[in-house]
Design a protein around this ligand. Structure first.
Ligand code: NAI
Ligand code: MG
Length: 366
C-alpha cells in the first residue's frame, strides 16, 4: 500500500504554505510515480471552530495510524482569550504527547544564496548543514517537584531537572541513527561539570555509542562551550544531541545562524513503529504569522523543507528529498524571494504561490 500522510494545515498562514506543499506532493505523484495516501484534517483554532476542541479524538487516532503527520501552524489573535484547555497550541501539544515524540530535529542549513542574511560572516555559515537533536518530553520543563512555594517569609520558584537512563538512551539512539545517514558524527552537550543529570547523560550517551554505534564519531562538550563553538565555527558539527532546556536555547540560536524563520523546517520523532520507521510529525518552526496571513506573502519554503524531511526520515526517499532541497536552492540562487527574504534593493518579492511555481519549475528541470 502507499505510504500515508496526514496533513493538518491549521491556522493563519498554515493553510497558505500547506497549499504549496500539496502541489509538491502532487508533482511527486505525477512526475516521479510516488503516490501517497494523503488525508487532511483540522488542528488548532480551525478545529476549535468546528469541534470546540483544538484536536478531535478522530484526528488524534488518525495521527497515530499514518506514517507521518505534516502540520502547518496553529494559533492567532482570534483565539488568544480562549480557556487554556482549548487553546490552539494544546492541539499541537496533544499530538506531541500522545505520539510520544521525544526527539526533536532542528536542522540549521544555510543556502549559499542566503549566506549574506546571517548575522555572522558569509564564510562561517555558507553551506552550513547541521542538525540539533533536542530531547522534547522530559527534563526541567516536566520534572517534579515543581511550583512556587513559600519558605520563611519569601517565595521560591522550583523546577527539577530529571532524566532517566531510558529517556537518555532513546534520544541518543535517535541522534546516532540520524548521524549514520549524514556525516556520521555526534556531539553530545550537557553540563556534566555542574549537574548530576549531565553526568548521567554523558555516561549513557557514551555507553549507547560503545555498545551500538561504535563507528559513529562521538564527542562531548559542555553546553556553554557548545554555544560558543556554534557561533564561532558551526561547520565543525554534524549532529548535536542535547537535553530539552539546552536544546531549546541552542536550536533557536543555531536557527538564526541561517536567516529567516520562513526557511526553517523541523521534525519530531518517536519510537519506531511496526515498519521500523519512527512515529513522526513534521512542521515548520514558524507560527501562524497573523500579521501577514491572507495576503499571499508567506514563505512556503519552511513547510516544503519539512516535507523533504518526511521524504528522508519517514519514507526513506533521501534522493527525492535531496531533489526537493536542490530545487529550493536553485530557486534561491536565481534570486526568487518572498518578502521575508528581501535584502537587496530593487528586488521585487514574489507571492507564496509564485514561490511554489518556481520550485515546481525547478523540480521539472531536475
Ligand atoms: P510567527 O512565527 O507566527 O511570526 C513571527 C514573525 O515572522 C512575523 O512577523 C511573521 O510574519 C514572520 N513569519 C513567520 N513565518 C513566516 C513565513 N513562513 N514567511 C514569512 N514571514 C514569516 O510567531 P508569532 O508572531 O510569535 O506567533 C503568531 C501565532 O503563532 C501565535 O498565535 C503563536 O502562538 C503561534 N505559534 C505557533 C507555532 C506552531 O504552530 N508551531 C509556533 C510559534 C508560534
Ligand atoms: Mg524556543
Amino acid at each position: 500500500s502507499n505510504p500515508s500522510l496526514l496533513i493538518l494545515p491549521g491556522d493563519g498562514i498554515g493553510p497558505e504554505v500547506m497549499a504549496e506543499v500539496r502541489r509538491v506532493i502532487d508533482w511527486y505523484g505525477d512526475k516521479r510515480g510516488l503516490q501517497f495516501d494523503v488525508s487532511e484534517d483540522l488542528v488548532g483554532g480551525a478545529a476549535y471552530d468546528k469541534h470546540g476542541v483544538p484536536l478531535s479524538d478522530e484526528t488524534m487516532e488518525k495521527a497515530q495510524e499514518v506514517d507521518a503527520v505534516l502540520l502547518g501552524a496553529v494559533g492567532g489573535p482570534k483565539y488568544d482569550d480562549l480557556d487554556f484547555s482549548v487553546k490552539p497550541e494544546r492541539g499541537l501539544l496533544r499530538l506531541r504527547k500522545e505520539m510520544d515524540l521525544y526527539s526533536n530535529l532542528r536542522p540549521a542549513q544555510c543556502f549559499d544564496a542566503l549566506a549574506d542574511f546571517s548575522s555572522l560572516k558569509r564564510d562561517v555559515v555558507a553551506g552550513l548543514d547541521i542538525v540539533i537533536v533536542r530531547e522534547l518530553t522530559s527534563g526541567i520543563y516536566f520534572g517534579e517537584p515543581r511550583g512556587i512555594i513559600t519558605e520563611g517569609n519569601e517565595r521560591v520558584g522550583i523546577n527539577t531537572q530529571r532524566y532517566t537512563e531510558s529517556e537518555i538512551e532513546r534520544v541518543a539512539r535517535s541522534a546516532f541513527e540520524l548521524a549514520k545517514r549524514r556525516g556520521n558524527k555526534v556531539c553530545s552537550m550537557e553540563k556534566a561539570n555542574v549537574m548530576e543529570s549531565g553526568i548521567l547523560w554523558r555516561e549513557v550517551v557514551q555507553k549507547i555509542h560503545d555498545d551500538e554505534y561504535p563507528d559513529v564519531e562521538l564527542s562531548h562538550m559542555y553546553a556553554d562551550a557548545g554555544a560558543m563553538q556554534l557561533c564561532r565555527w558551526p561547520k565543525q558539527f554534524d549532529v548535536i544531541v542535547t537535553d530539552n532546556l539546552f536544546g531549546d536555547l541552542l536550536s533557536d540560536a543555531a536557527a538564526m545562524l541561517t536567516g529567516s524563520l520562513g526557511m526553517l523546517p523541523s521534525a519530531s520523532l518517536g519510537a519506531p513503529m511496526a515498519n521500523g520507521r519512527p512515529k513522526a510529525l513534521y512542521e515548520p518552526v514558524h507560527g501562524s504569522a497573523p500579521d501577514i496571513a491572507g495576503q499571499g506573502k508567506a514563505n512556503p519554503i519552511a513547510c516544503i523543507l519539512s516535507f523533504a524531511m518526511a521524504l528522508r526520515y519517514s519514507f526513506d526517499l533521501g534522493d527525492e528529498a535531496k531533489r526537493l532541497e536542490d530545487a529550493v536552492e536553485k530557486v534561491l540562487a536565481d534570486g526568487v524571494r518572498t518578502a521575508d527574504l528581501l535584502g537587496e534593493e530593487g528586488v521585487q518579492p514574489v507571492t507564496t504561490s509564485q514561490m511554489g511555481d518556481a520550485i515546481l519549475k525547478a523540480l521539472d528541470d531536475s
